[in-house]
Design a binder for this molecule. Structure first.
Ligand SMILES: [Zn+2]
Ligand SMILES: [Zn+2]
Length: 385
């Protein structure tokens, strides 16, 4: 018996939208519902036919298969009667029953005066959010930048038009399950159904798999996205790109893409919020006599810092507004120069001689040492007592 075209069954055109298909189905289902057609012997069969058509056309995957292969997409020997279409497609989501509960929820909702359009709408699911870790230099975090990142996504394989079969040849119906995707086995008194081992439930096998995608029908492809990294980002800053995540299922919205920023350590600068710290070694002579030193700034420029005579290690000097910009506006931080007085090494005999002479003249020149040793002395004195 030749099967009727599913679109004809629902009284909609081939290009009908999901909404139109649903409307067409609801209309037919009401007309043909067995409870209302006790005097029409064909109604039950037609009702089943409408359910079958809707079961296929409401499901994006099955619809695509039907559009491509017609009834052949679901044809198979088992079960008989053709009451259960599409066991093969849909990736093993327990198709049996789900279509019917959908149908009946819908119908009973209507017949019992339930709200229109209440049910069956949550099937579209949102795509997953994706995370992308992006490491940036401190200089880039300072200046902000436009960065192109490559996000891997699955796209339909061009070489085989997504069929997975080499050279545009069409996949063939699985001989084990005759396209149903499921096989039945007898276990004691029960007949159990399980996923077809030959085609893994797809209902089709590919004799000559596409060399590009190895028969998957999809390939990983990098999608180039231009991302604006604002000035002032820190490690842990997240940048959300709405809708750039994984594609949704069945027309659901796409997920979001989150860029997680990780700012690399810098050789010269250490960051604390918007402030920067730069440790600058100075010679003992400069620290004692005072002088001017040149220091780097994060924008790649130079700054001059006056070292007061008699500066100690750890002394900080501030360069205003030479720190990092605040991410959400509000001006820049400061840069702090921290002096590290360096003790000279590898002295020549002449230098040693000069330093010894210097030491002999330096009784009064180390107030910190003097005060420390007087504290030590009184500590020992007190312990004696
Ligand atoms: Zn199979
Ligand atoms: Zn391919």
């Amino acid at each position: 018996m030749a099967k009727r075209d599913y679109y004809d069954v629902l009284g909609v055109s081939k290009g009908a939208s999901a909404d139109e298909i649903k409307k067409g189905y609801r209309k037919k289902a009401k007309e043909l519902h067995p409870d209302r057609n006790s005097d029409n012997p064909n109604a039950e069969a037609q009702f089943k036919e409408a359910n079958e058509a809707y079961d296929v056309l409401k499901d994006a995957d099955k619809k695509a298969a039907y559009d491509r292969f017609g009834h052949a997409a679901f044809e198979g020997g088992m079960g008989g009667g053709g009451g259960r279409p599409g066991g093969g497609f849909g990736g093993g989501q327990g198709d049996f029953g789900s279509a019917f509960s959908d149908v009946f929820d819908d119908l009973f909702g209507d017949f019992m005066g339930g709200q229109r359009g209440g049910g069956g709408r949550q099937r579209a699911s949102r795509g997953s959010d994706l995370r992308y870790n992006l490491r940036v230099s401190l200089e880039d975090a300072y200046a902000g930048m436009q960065k192109t990142i490559n996000v891997p996504t699955s796209v339909s394989c061009d070489a085989c038009n997504g069929t997975g079969a080499e050279g545009g040849s069409e996949p063939t119906t699985c001989p084990t399950c005759s396209g149903m995707g499921k096989v039945r086995a007898q276990q004691g008194f029960f007949t159990v159904e399980r996923t077809c081992p030959t085609c893994s439930g797809l209902g089709q096998i590919i004799k000559d798999p596409c060399k590009v995608c190895s028969g998957a029908g999809r390939v990983e492809k990098d999608r180039a996205l231009s991302v604006n990294i604002p000035a002032g980002v820190e490690t842990g800053t997240r940048i959300r790109l709405a809708g750039e995540g994984e594609a949704g299922m069945r027309g659901g919205p796409s997920g979001d893409l989150y860029i997680f920023i990780d700012v690399a350590d810098h050789k010269l600068f250490e960051r604390d919020g918007t402030n920067l710290f730069c440790r600058v070694p100075v010679s003992m002579g400069t620290a004692a006599l005072g002088g001017s030193i040149e220091v780097p700034t994060i924008d790649g420029g130079r700054g001059r810092v006056q070292i007061p005579a008699g500066s100690q290690s750890g002394r900080q000097m501030r360069l205003r507004n030479k720190g990092m910009p605040a991410l959400r506006g509000g001006g820049a931080g400061d840069m702090f120069i921290e002096l590290a007085v360096e003790t000279p090494v590898n002295l020549t005999a002449r230098q040693k001689e000069l330093l010894r002479e210097f030491e002999e003249l330096s009784e009064e020149n180390n107030p910190e040492s003097s005060s420390f040793f007087s504290s030590v002395k009184s500590f020992w004195d007190s312990m004696k007592g």
